[in-house]
Design a protein around this ligand. Structure first.
Ligand code: DGL
Length: 261
């Protein structure tokens, strides 16, 4: 195996919420965190253009790094391109898709909301998950256009505007026939970074479902137990927009990553 990395991929820093759980499950692995920041945010992209971009990017990444496996730590990408990636490359791809099944199993009120990017909300894949697993629930799909960028800024030290946050999450909170939404699925990997702030501005308490731990469990299952081989030194983060600024370098350093352009 000798140091073949697990690639963890996102359009921004959201995938770090998945990376930290992967490290808990598989501490002996080498990780390569790949940020497609040149294309951030993915939420507003045309589907065909985004699919072509990600497939071509992985052509180069797989050639250059021979990864052991890839974790697409991004719902907006996974719900679009996961089947094509699996068909094209002969390595395991683990995706991040909205946790609609566990939400439907756990809700008591039957009112569940999915907080995602506008792209994830539009996907047939997401609608298919609702059809397959949440037919008995009322599922509210909420495409938030600003939250991923707010998370990016917040992690680099920027202040959060509570009114803007409140407005973005407000459509998640539904009251119907004396019942209320009791679960909000965090269906964008950036959002767990904001969950403390969400709790402060939410009109009532709900469970915020973060699938990162389940993704890490699935990744560990798929990758299996090969000999541990943690090489010395930090894992790396690479950025499609080129060398990142100081705030970003410092941020990823806090997650045990050395930034490279
Ligand atoms: N982190 C990504 C996701 O899980 C999306 C962020 C974006 O590019 O809009 O969907």
């Amino acid at each position: 195996m000798s140091g073949r990395p697990i690639i963890v991929f996102d359009s921004g820093v959201g995938g770090l919420t998945v990376l930290r759980e992967l490290r808990v499950r598989m501490p002996d692995r080498r990780y390569l965190y790949v940020v497609d920041d040149a294309a951030f945010p993915y939420g507003d992209w045309d589907e065909d253009a985004l699919k072509a971009r990600i497939l071509s990017l992985f052509g180069s990444l797989v050639d250059a790094h021979a990864p052991l496996a890839v974790v697409i730590a991004c719902n907006t990408a996974s719900t679009l391109v996961l089947p094509d990636l699996r068909a094209r490359f002969d390595i395991p791809f683990v995706g991040t898709v909205p946790a609609i099944k566990p939400a439907a199993e756990q809700t008591r009120s039957g009112l569940v909301s999915v907080l995602a990017t506008p792209g994830t909300v539009r996907r047939d894949y997401t609608r298919g998950l609702i059809e397959s697993f949440a037919r008995d629930c009322a599922v509210e799909l909420v495409g938030a256009s600003r939250l991923a960028a707010m998370a990016e800024a917040h992690l680099r030290g920027g202040a959060l505007d509570p009114d803007a946050l409140r407005a973005e999450i407000a459509p998640c909170f539904v009251e119907r026939d004396g019942r209320r939404t009791d679960i909000v699925v965090l269906a964008c990997t950036h959002y767990p970074f904001l969950v403390g702030a969400f709790r402060k501005v939410a009109p009532w308490p709900v469970d915020w479902l973060d699938p990162a731990e389940a993704i890490a469990r699935q990744a560990a299952k798929v990758i299996g137990h090969t000999a541990p081989d943690l090489p010395e030194g930090f894992d790396r983060a690479v950025f499609t927009a080129g060398p990142p600024d100081y705030a970003t370098r410092r941020l990823v350093h806090g997650f045990g990553l050395t930034a490279q352009g």
